[in-house]
Design a protein around this ligand. Structure first.
Ligand code: K7E
Ligand code: CUA
Length: 756
């Protein structure tokens, strides 16, 4: 570009003439301040561009995980975990039903969860972006999500807890996933009166063994520390110097059992009477050795390390912590553990080194009623900092020693220095913040830049939508000397508790499966078939369909069964193109599947009622998507068919010739697009190459109907010649559609003509 032209263009942009408006015009019209514009510029991700970080947020009572981008705060996906989710077919196809069924408790299928704490798998204490774990507080369970396809692969039920809270937190190489109990209960199943609370009720901390190779938790190699019947709360894993240890706070060490209806003070009074509760310190490496040596006892088939054994082996200690603590967060260097008391204005910084020294010197201030040695607070404490009212959770900055703690009562975020023990800055949030997160802020390598406040109340921040308000996640810029509030994001799902953010570039999800994959097991699906192998297998009382999906037809298109038959329909998506998902449902039978490229899914049901049930593809996959349908027919038992098939419209030679001419014209358009694309450096754009491959596939698929058309025309069978000509044209239309998409893409990306 000539310099003059460049300057002229720049001047035009600055003057805003390209949109006929200036920034000043917009500011005035929308009543925005300079600061608003700055905030907007910091969060706005222009069309076609992507975010730097990806957040995985708990979806609270939705039993799901919410995925969104930072800084745009654009929601990307809801991951189905503990709750059926129809779009993804989760709980509506056989493969995902099996995952949900793993989470059954008390002989009951549980179809919801209260997700609290997601955790990304780690390697050397850094997020590796391979797996995500999340707990269910209501029904003590843990789920494993594979970040190659963002699907839930496994749900494990905690065999000894009746409720939980302190999970998921991972050890530095994801050796284990921590899950602590919440409300004490007998570890065995069955009735135990509350009179026996102190003797028979227990808390616990489970270390779930994670096997990275299979991407699954191994329940047999997992174990739990038996803990006193205090309400264990949140946990964090040691790292660096504290590697091998875990830290779990607790409340209600009063062991109060309630009884407001009996005239006793309620739990809230009885559980906050003492000035301190206990931080539990466990050594999981020792725990694993004890299990290996066969020293654990089995409760409900699960390895449990009894309190006395853990004490004897030096694997369990207590340190007093401030009243009603919530949150235990290990600093990135692994040297300190930060604990806040909801009812104390102080945040405590415990030194791992001091704790280890007290243990080595056997310097304890006594034992709790269960014989666990108690390290005096003063012997473990590094610093005590007054941050504000209701301190809860802490995250870390890229800058050494900088931490951020949520102040629930004050509705503020405190930035402070835990090495110097002083407050640096405070920012008000809206309102009553629970957790907060910084980018990779609980790893050994926090990335700084942004903080998100996960507020408990939104009150007046958004347009009202009735008494149930949206959740409010607020984006805060922490890159400067002062924290700056940038954006309020309403979240219309669940009550998110914790969330984690990972650099987007660390995630490496796929765009398709190997053809015929059962995505829930990562194995080849026994119901998978390739093109041309589709079939319907009939056995007495059972019909099994092996079908395929590709733009824009389902094979087979007619499935007839007898009343009472058990029907299984296996479907493989034969597409190779990215984002060509097909959906599948049969009207009125409560089945649905989402079948992404390469995936095989099955739906199963009993043909209970005679009738006609249309089925169709539920994703708008192509221009002929509405025609992607079929008939499922349930006939009476022993029904004998009468005449041949009904005739549709009849076609003549003229119809055939008209269609043939259309096809020739379409081919010219395709040739033109192909010539344009191949004259550019399209090979430098992998997404364009993929589109060209897809278009070529479509044209290849067109060859067969074209041949059938020619055969029919030779026999002067104008009916079939016209229909096959139409089918040929369908493939041409798809090829043209994809080709044009590639052309537009290349034009926007600035592809250049290659010199001949
Ligand atoms: Cu504070 Cu479950 Cu981590 Cu809620 S928890 S906020
Ligand atoms: Cu396939 Cu719509």
């Amino acid at each position: 570009m000539s310099r003059n032209r460049f300057v002229a263009l720049l001047a035009a942009v600055l003057a805003g003439t390209s949109w006929g408006q200036t920034l000043q015009d917009v500011m005035k019209a929308r009543n925005l301040t300079q600061q608003d514009l700055l905030a907007a510029a910091k969060t706005y991700v222009p069309t076609g561009k992507r975010d730097d970080f990806i957040v995985f947020s708990s979806g609270g009572q939705s039993g799901q995980v919410i995925v969104y981008g930072v800084p745009s705060m654009r929601i990307l996906k809801y991951l189905a975990v503990f709750t059926p989710e129809p779009w993804q077919g989760y709980g509506f196809d056989e493969e995902s039903k099996k995952v949900l069924a793993e989470g059954s408790m008390n002989g009951k299928q549980i179809t919801w969860g209260d997700t609290h704490h997601p955790a990304i798998s780690e390697t050397d204490g850094k997020y590796d972006g391979q797996f995500l774990f999340i707990n269910d507080k209501a029904n003590p369970r843990m789920a494993v999500i594979d970040l190659r396809d963002f699907e839930t692969k496994q749900i494990v039920v905690n065999p000894v807890y009746k409720s939980e809270h302190g999970g998921a937190f991972v050890t530095p190489n994801s050796e284990y996933v921590m899950e602590a109990a919440q409300y004490a209960a007998p570890l065995e199943s069955g009735y135990v009166p509350l009179d026996e609370f102190n003797d028979k009720y227990r808390g616990g901390l489970t270390y779930w063994k994670f096997d990275r190779g299979s991407g699954r938790i191994k329940p047999d190699e997992s174990f739990s520390f038996e803990l006193p019947p205090y309400s264990q709360d949140l946990s964090d894993s040691g790292k660096g110097p504290s590697m091998g240890w875990g830290f779990t706070n607790s409340f209600c060490s009063e062991r109060y059992v309630g009884g407001i209806e009996l005239g006793r003070p309620p739990f809230e009074a009885g559980c906050s009477a003492k000035d301190t509760d206990f931080l539990h310190i466990t050594n999981w490496q020792k725990g694993a050795e004890l299990v290996k040596a066969g020293k654990a006892k089995k409760i409900n088939g699960h390895n449990v390390i009894p309190i006395d054994l853990a004490v004897k082996e030096g694997a369990l200690f207590l340190v007093p912590e401030p009243k009603s603590p919530h949150g235990a967060d290990v600093t990135p260097d692994g040297k300190f553990i930060i604990v806040s008391g909801k009812l104390d204005t102080h945040t405590m910084v415990y030194s791992f080194e001091k704790i280890q020294k007290a243990i080595a010197d056997k310097k304890f201030e006594g034992k709790d009623p269960y014989g666990i040695p108690i390290i005096a607070m003063k012997d473990a404490l590094q610093a005590q900092v007054e941050l504000g009212l209701g301190p809860l959770h802490t995250q870390f900055d890229k800058k050494p020693c900088w931490a951020y703690t949520s102040l629930y009562v004050d509705s503020q975020v405190a930035r402070w220095d835990y090495c110097q023990g002083k407050v640096l800055d405070k920012l008000s949030v809206h309102y009553n913040i629970g957790h907060l997160l910084t980018m990779e802020g609980d790893s050994v390598d926090p990335k700084g830049r942004y903080l998100i406040a996960l507020n408990k109340l939104a009150i007046d921040r958004f347009n009202p939508v009735g008494p149930l308000h949206p959740q409010n996640h607020q984006l805060i810029d922490i890159s400067g000397d002062k924290m700056q509030l940038l954006y309020d994001m309403p979240l219309p799902l669940g009550e998110p508790h914790y969330a984690v953010a990972i650099s987007a570039s660390t995630l490496k999800p796929g765009v398709r499966y190997k053809v015929g994959t059962n995505s829930r097991t990562d194995q080849k699906h026994p119901g998978a078939v390739r093109a041309g192998e589709e079939k319907i297998v009939r056995n007495p009382g059972k019909v099994e369909v092996f079908g395929t999906l590709i733009r824009s037809h389902i094979t087979p298109e007619i499935i007839e069964v007898e009343k009472g038959d058990e029907v299984t329909i296996n479907l493989t998506n034969l597409e190779r193109a990215q984002d060509e998902t097909h959906g599948f449902t049969v009207s009125g039978l409560n089945v649905h599947a989402s079948i992404e490229p390469g995936k095989t899914v099955s739906v199963k049901f009993k043909a209970e009622k005679e009738g006609v049930y249309p089925y169709y593809c539920t994703e708008f996959c192509s221009a002929l998507h509405l025609e992607m349908m079929g008939y499922f027919l349930v006939k009476p038992k022993g029904y004998v068919a009468k005449a041949g098939a009904a005739k549709a419209v009849e076609y003549t030679k003229a119809d055939y010739e008209k269609q043939f001419k259309t096809n020739q014209d379409t081919q010219k358009v395709i040739d033109g697009v192909v010539a344009w694309i191949t004259s550019t450096n399209f090979k430098d754009f992998p997404d364009a190459v993929a589109l060209v491959e897809d278009a070529t596939d479509q044209l290849k698929a067109a060859e067969e109907p074209k041949k059938k058309m020619e055969e029919a025309a030779k026999k002067e069978d104008w009916q079939n010649a016209t229909l096959w000509a139409g089918q040929w044209w369908q493939y041409q239309v798809k090829a043209a559609d994809i080709g044009l998409r590639a052309k537009t893409y290349l034009e926007q990306k600035g592809a250049k003509p290659t010199k001949k």
